[in-house]
Design a protein around this ligand. Structure first.
Ligand SMILES: Cc1ncc(COP(=O)(O)O)c(C=O)c1O
Length: 370
């Protein structure tokens, strides 16, 4: 999609193409982050290799942040591994965890790259459906779990649906995993991929699945919340309540896998900056405005959609054939992603991590199409 957007812009002129395909926020990071960036650039700080898990000070600050926010109460620096984004974090956890043939349950619709990440480490992705409003369906997850299940990978707020999973649905999933772990005699790990955690609207409460299930790891990055996707900085944070005898081994294996996968360590400079700006609060008002504008345009176009509680995505139903509709939008120079790329055909994903003018142009195209 990235290359297709560039090609169309070169062909027709950048100001004529409405590229709402990629979730690639290009807005200024929060002020506190920019100040910390400047301060770190001028300070006499190390830029060399450090322990594989990252700088102790950065890990400490991340742990304090997670503890303060009640996301992983009681967590300390030793449970945090700094990584190259959430993608790095998920790959490090899967590399640490999986034996060939192990299964990882993923809920549809899902971030396309999960399948590749699981495959990277010899695992097999097993898909479970969500409800029609994209809420978790604990029954579907239970049916997907087998004796080979090593992990369940949840993503809330969800890319592409924008659904923020509710606490009661998450509790049901936690119960399913507790029962299945007892039945099969080994803990199933819950990976909570939550890079959109801060992008939540209308006061909808974000509940991290990790708060409800002890055998869990949070995978996070500042790519989305701080608009830093090209900088590659994130972490894996292990729940201190992990119920396994070899928790120490798991933690050192995570740090080792960070190195073995070739990441070596998360970028040193970004770790210095994050240590100073971990509590920065991103401004999401512009996303709220763009969501409202697109919801109006979709409504005018008679296109059905579930109102997203978070992220900067909409996942409407395609009127008619999915490929045909996405192609028709492309001919009008509006780029979106077909739902089948996320395991849910009959939909398309709109990313509104784009400038106001681009969103406005897209709305015009959708309304004309109606
Ligand atoms: C749900 C989800 N998880 C993980 C990632 C990867 O994040 P990062 O680029 O920070 O590694 C993305 C990126 O789009 C995502 O949408």
């Amino acid at each position: 999609m990235f290359e297709e957007g560039l090609r169309l812009k070169a062909l027709h002129g950048a100001d004529r193409v409405a590229d709402l395909s990629i979730g690639n926020p290009d807005f200024p990071p929060p002020k506190l982050f920019r100040e910390a960036f400047r301060e770190a650039a001028l300070a006499d700080l190390p830029h060399a290799y450090m322990p594989n898990a990252g700088y102790p000070e950065t890990r400490e600050r991340v742990a304090q942040h997670l503890d303060r926010r009640g996301l992983l109460p009681g967590i300390g620096a030793s449970h945090v591994v700094m990584t190259t984004g959430a993608a790095g974090a998920i790959n490090v956890v899967l590399k640490t965890l999986l034996e060939p043939g192990d299964e990882v349950v993923v809920v549809k619709p899902y971030f396309l790259e999960y399948g590749f990440y699981i495959d990277n480490h010899g695992g097999r992705m097993v898909l479970a459906d969500s409800r029609s409003d994209f809420e978790l369906d604990a029954g579907a997850i239970e049916r997907a779990v087998t004796p080979k299940t090593r992990a369940v990978l949840l993503n809330t707020p969800n890319n592409p649906s924008g659904r923020v999973y509710g606490e009661s649905a998450l509790r049901e999933v936690a119960e399913v995993l507790t029962r299945a772990s007892a039945r099969y005699g080994r803990p199933i790990l819950l990976l909570s991929d939550e890079p959109y955690r801060e992008v939540v609207f209308d006061g909808v409460p974000f509940v991290s699945p990790a708060t409800l299930y002890p055998n869990s790891v949070i995978c996070y990055s500042w790519s989305k919340s701080f608009s830093l996707s090209g900088e590659r900085i994130g972490y894996a944070a292990v729940n201190p309540r992990l119920e396994t005898e070899d928790a120490e081994l798991f933690l050192s294996a995570l740090a080792m896998c960070n190195r073995l996968l070739g990441f070596v360590n998360a970028p040193a400079f970004l770790q210095h900056v994050i240590a100073r700006a971990v509590d920065a609060v991103p401004d999401i008002a512009h996303y709220e405005r763009k969501r409202a504008r697109l919801l109006t345009a979709l409504d005018r176009a008679g296109i059905e959609t579930v109102r997203p509680d978070g992220t900067f995505y909409l996942f409407p139903k395609t009127p008619g054939d999915e490929a045909d509709f996405v192609e028709r939008l492309k001919q009008r120079l509006l780029l979106v992603v077909p739902g089948s790329a996320f395991g849910r055909s009959g939909h398309f994903r709109i990313s509104f991590a784009a400038p106001d003018e681009t969103v406005e142009r897209a709305c015009g195209i959708l309304e004309t199409l109606a």
